[in-house]
Design a protein around this ligand. Structure first.
Ligand code: BG6
Length: 466
C-alpha cells in the first residue's frame, strides 16, 4: 500500500496561483485532503523554494487568525518537480521521486494547453504512473471543435478509463449553479410550472466587465462562443431544462443533462440572422479602455467575437416554443451571472387599466457577484379608490440560507469531489461532444451566412438583443 500523490501540472500558471493552490490550501485547512497526501507542483523550470515563494504570495489573501498556523504544514506537503510535460524521458525522474517517497499518483491535474493532454497521459502511463486508482482532471478548453475534442478523448482513453477522466467546468463547482438542482428538484412548487405551458422565456446571461488584456493569444483562437457558451452556458441550460433524474447519482444526472444538448435546435445558415449575433468591443467612449484589437498583446486585427447572443430552442415536449436567450460578453458594463425565468401572463386581466409593464411573474436567479433568488409577484397597492397592481419581490438572500457559512470557491469543491471519486459535477465525454457539435454548427453557419460582427464600446451593455 502506498500513499497518495496529487500532481499539479502547470504549477506556476495563472489559474494554479489564483485558484488551484488556494483551493488545495483551503481543503488542507478543513481536513478534506487525505492526511497522507503529498502535493507535487510540476513545471518546466523552478525549485521547491521558488514554488514556496509563489505560494506565500498566492495564499496571502487566504490567511487569517484561524488558519495561519496551517500554512507551514501545507508547504511541508508541497514539493516541486522539474519536468517538461512533452518529454517522455523526464517522467522517469518523476517516477523515481514518487517511488522513493512510497507514493502512487492519485490525482493528476492538467492545468495545461489541451494539445498536451494526450502526451502527458501517455507519458505518465509509460512511466508506470497510472493505475486503477489514478484520476486525471482535464482543464478546459478540451479541444477547439468536435474533431479535436474527440482526438483528445481518444488519446487519453488510451491510458485512462472514462471513470478515471474528470473534465472540469468550474461553473459546475459554483454553489449557485448547484443550487439550480436544489431549487428545481428540492421544491415541489416549481416543477408543475416548469414547462412551455407556463414559461414564456428563459434568459441566461454571463456578463463580464474585464477585457482580454493578457490572454489575447489564447482568446483570439477561441472567442466567446468557444470560451463561454460551449461549456459554462450549455451546462447552465442543461441544468435548467433537464428532466428530473431517476435518482441523484452522477450518471442519472448526466444522462438527463445530455438529452437537453441533444434537443438543441440546430443553428444553420438560414436561421442564423434571427438567432445569433456576434460582437466585439471597441475602445470605451471616454477612451480609457482599449478596444479588443488595441489590447497591448493584440497581434493582429481580428474578427474574433468577444460577445455572443443566441436565441436557442430546446426541441422536446417540455420546452417546444420557449426561447432560451443566451448572452455573454467581455467588457460589458458590469460583471454578473443571472438566469431569468419569465412566466406567461394571466389569461385575462381583471383589474381595470393594465400596468405598463408586462404582467409576467419572473423568477430571477442571481449567481454572481451576489447570490439571490427573487420571485416577482403582483400585489395590490393599498388604495381605497383604485385596484392597482404592482410587482413586488419575494427575496431569498442565499448567504442567509447558508447561516453565515463561508462560501467555497468552485475549484475547491471540484478538487474535493475528484479526490472522493464523485463525477457528478464533471463533464462526461458524450456531453462534451454533443456541446461541441452544436457549437461547430454555429461557427459554420456564421461563415456561410457571412454574418456581420457588431461593434460595441467597452463598458456598455453590448449590442441589442431581445
Ligand atoms: C473561463 C473563461 O472559463 O471563465 C474566462 O475562460 C472567463 O474567459 C471565466 O473570464 C469566467 O469565470 P467566472 O467564474 O469569473 O464567471
Amino acid at each position: 500500500m502506498t500513499a497518495p500523490a496529487f500532481l499539479l501540472f502547470g504549477a506556476h500558471g495563472d489559474l494554479a496561483l489564483r485558484m488551484l493552490w488556494p483551493s488545495l490550501f483551503r481543503l488542507h485547512c478543513d481536513g478534506s485532503l487525505p492526511e497522507d497526501m503529498a502535493l507535487y507542483g510540476v513545471s518546466r523550470s523552478g525549485s521547491t523554494a521558488e514554488l514556496h515563494a509563489h505560494l506565500h504570495k498566492a495564499l496571502a489573501e487566504e490567511l487569517n487568525e484561524g488558519n495561519r498556523h496551517r500554512l507551514a504544514g501545507f508547504l511541508a506537503k508541497t514539493e516541486f518537480v522539474n519536468l517538461d510535460a512533452g518529454h517522455a524521458t523526464d517522467y522517469a525522474g518523476l517516477a523515481d521521486i514518487l517511488r522513493k517517497a512510497g507514493r502512487h499518483v492519485a490525482i493528476s491535474y492538467l492545468s495545461m494547453p489541451p494539445d498536451l493532454f494526450t502526451p502527458i497521459v501517455a507519458n505518465l502511463q509509460g512511466a508506470g504512473l497510472i493505475d486503477p486508482r489514478t484520476r486525471v482532471i482535464l482543464e478546459k478548453p478540451i479541444g477547439k471543435d468536435l474533431a479535436s475534442s474527440r482526438a483528445i478523448s481518444d488519446g487519453v482513453a488510451g491510458a485512462l478509463a472514462e471513470t478515471q477522466t474528470y473534465r472540469i467546468d468550474h461553473y459546475l463547482g459554483k454553489e449557485a449553479v448547484q443550487n439550480l438542482l436544489a431549487l428545481r428538484f428540492g421544491n415541489a412548487i416549481f416543477e408543475p410550472l416548469w414547462n412551455s405551458h407556463h414559461i414564456e422565456s428563459v434568459h441566461i446571461s454571463i456578463a463580464e466587465s474585464l477585457g482580454i488584456g493578457g490572454r489575447w493569444a489564447y482568446y483570439n483562437k477561441s472567442g466567446a462562443l468557444r470560451d463561454m457558451v460551449q461549456n459554462h452556458m450549455l451546462q447552465l441550460i442543461s441544468l435548467i431544462a433537464m428532466e428530473p433524474p431517476v435518482n441523484g447519482s452522477s450518471e442519472a444526472i448526466r444522462n438527463e443533462k445530455i438529452k437537453v444538448l441533444q434537443a438543441l435546435h440546430p443553428i444553420t445558415e438560414s436561421n442564423f440572422a434571427e438567432r445569433v449575433i456576434f460582437g466585439q468591443y471597441t475602445a470605451s467612449t471616454d477612451g480609457s479602455l482599449p478596444g479588443y484589437n488595441d489590447e497591448a498583446d493584440a497581434a493582429e486585427t481580428s474578427d474574433t467575437e468577444t460577445f455572443v447572443a443566441i436565441k436557442a430552442h430546446v426541441d422536446n415536449w417540455r420546452w417546444k416554443g420557449v426561447p432560451f436567450y443566451l448572452k455573454t460578453g467581455k467588457r460589458l458594463a458590469s460583471k454578473h451571472t443571472e438566469v431569468i425565468i419569465t412566466f406567461k401572463e394571466v389569461p385575462q386581466f381583471l383589474f381595470g387599466q393594465k400596468p405598463d409593464a408586462d404582467l409576467c411573474n419572473r423568477l430571477v436567479i442571481q449567481m454572481q457577484p451576489d447570490e439571490s433568488i427573487t420571485l416577482e409577484i403582483f400585489n395590490k397597492t393599498p388604495d381605497v379608490h383604485e385596484f392597482v397592481l404592482k410587482p413586488v419581490a419575494l427575496n431569498l438572500e442565499i448567504n442567509e440560507a447558508g447561516n453565515g457559512k463561508i462560501r467555497h470557491i468552485a475549484y475547491e469543491r471540484l478538487i474535493r469531489d475528484a479526490i472522493k471519486g464523485d463525477r457528478t459535477l464533471f463533464v462526461r465525454r458524450d456531453e462534451l461532444e454533443q456541446a461541441w457539435a452544436w457549437i461547430d454548427q454555429i461557427h459554420a453557419a456564421r461563415k456561410a451566412a457571412r454574418a456581420p460582427l457588431l461593434h460595441y464600446p467597452a463598458g456598455c451593455h453590448g449590442p441589442d438583443f431581445e
